[in-house]
Design a protein around this ligand. Structure first.
Ligand code: SIN
Length: 310
């Protein structure tokens, strides 16, 4: 019987990054190496039932709807194949939480889709990518694993909760108050809470693949002196949705709020998310705009984009 395989999809990032000087952990270029080269450099992966494909080779700060669409399409095709046990995606750390949340929202797969990454380039004296890849493959091969998760520095995070929290350290991600799903230790997963079991938005995958253009949803921030001029400029450009990165429990500068309420009255969907790294926005008697609960501004933007596509 053929062994069920893991397909590793490359998108670039520091995991595939290269610097001229091995001691240089910052002056590298992300997405320099093909994913097949990165995988071949990890002896611990040899002999495992892996295939690889390159979807993109970018610095994830440059993530685009086109790459998301290609990823969603390919993941959908691969997940439908009985010979594929799961998928690992090599991704830059900078927008990993956005891609993870997007894929979980449109696929909510019953098999594992594991995003992994690196904080140091593949050419570093002590790169972290190889261990992260070994851990991610171990997660993807774990019986019962499901959903879109992120694996970094031995920790497994759910797509809904994961967020990059550090600019430099190898353990760059947090799951906030929800806590991680588990840990990977010597290729064994120690789960501390259940695998994600959310369902995908009905028809979401077909819509993201089929739409000629995705809606334009922008994020504006509430801060001292926020006067709403940006909102008016975006309305003039035909924006479809706005997320406000609000202060504290979803509070918004009065002048910015006035502009957002005007936008909402004009048919633009507006959602509040908090700038705070932890906690949920909760209802208050003064609310004039809906809120996104515990979603960060970047994830609230994806949720709103998918809502508008529907
Ligand atoms: C990127 O996000 O592609 C570059 C930074 C990183 O992967 O750590």
């Amino acid at each position: 019987m053929n062994q069920r395989k893991i397909v590793v999809l490359g998108t670039g990032g520091t995991l595939a990054g290269a610097a001229a000087d091995p001691a240089d952990n910052l002056g590298y270029r992300a997405g320099e190496l093909p994913i097949a080269t990165v995988l071949a450099s990890v002896p611990a992966l040899r002999g495992l039932p892996l295939e690889s494909e390159e979807i993109a080779r970018i610095d994830s700060k440059d993530m685009s709807f086109a790459v998301w669409r290609a990823l969603a399409r390919r993941c959908g095709e691969l997940l439908a194949r009985p010979d594929v046990a799961g998928i690992v995606i090599g991704h830059g750390t900078d927008t990993l939480e956005e891609t993870a949340f997007f894929l979980q929202s449109v696929l909510a797969p019953a098999k594992p889709v594991v995003l992994t990454c690196a904080m140091r380039p593949a050419t570093a004296i002590a790169p972290d990518g190889p261990q992260n890849l070994v851990d991610a493959v171990a997660v993807a091969l774990t019986p019962g694993a499901r959903g879109v998760v992120a694996v970094c520095a031995g920790t497994v995070h759910a797509a809904r909760d994961v967020a990059k929290q550090h600019t430099y350290r190898l353990d760059a991600f947090t799951s906030g108050a929800a806590g991680p799903l588990g840990y990977v230790e010597e290729r064994e997963v120690r789960l501390v809470r259940p695998w994600p079991a959310e369902t995908a938005r009905a028809g979401a995958l077909e819509r993201v693949l089929g739409a000629a253009r995705w809606p334009r949803v922008e994020i504006v921030m509430s801060h001292a002196g926020a006067d709403g001029a940006l909102v008016d400029a975006l309305l003039a450009q035909g924006v479809h949705g706005l997320v406000v990165a609000a202060t504290g429990n979803g509070s918004v500068h009065a002048d910015l709020e006035a502009a957002l309420v005007r936008a909402q009255s004009g048919g633009v969907k507006v959602v509040r998310a908090s700038r705070c790294a932890q906690g949920q926005v909760q209802d208050t008697p003064h609310d004039r705009l809906p809120h996104a609960g515990g979603l960060s501004p970047v994830k609230a933007r994806i949720a709103l984009l998918l809502e508008l596509l529907a």
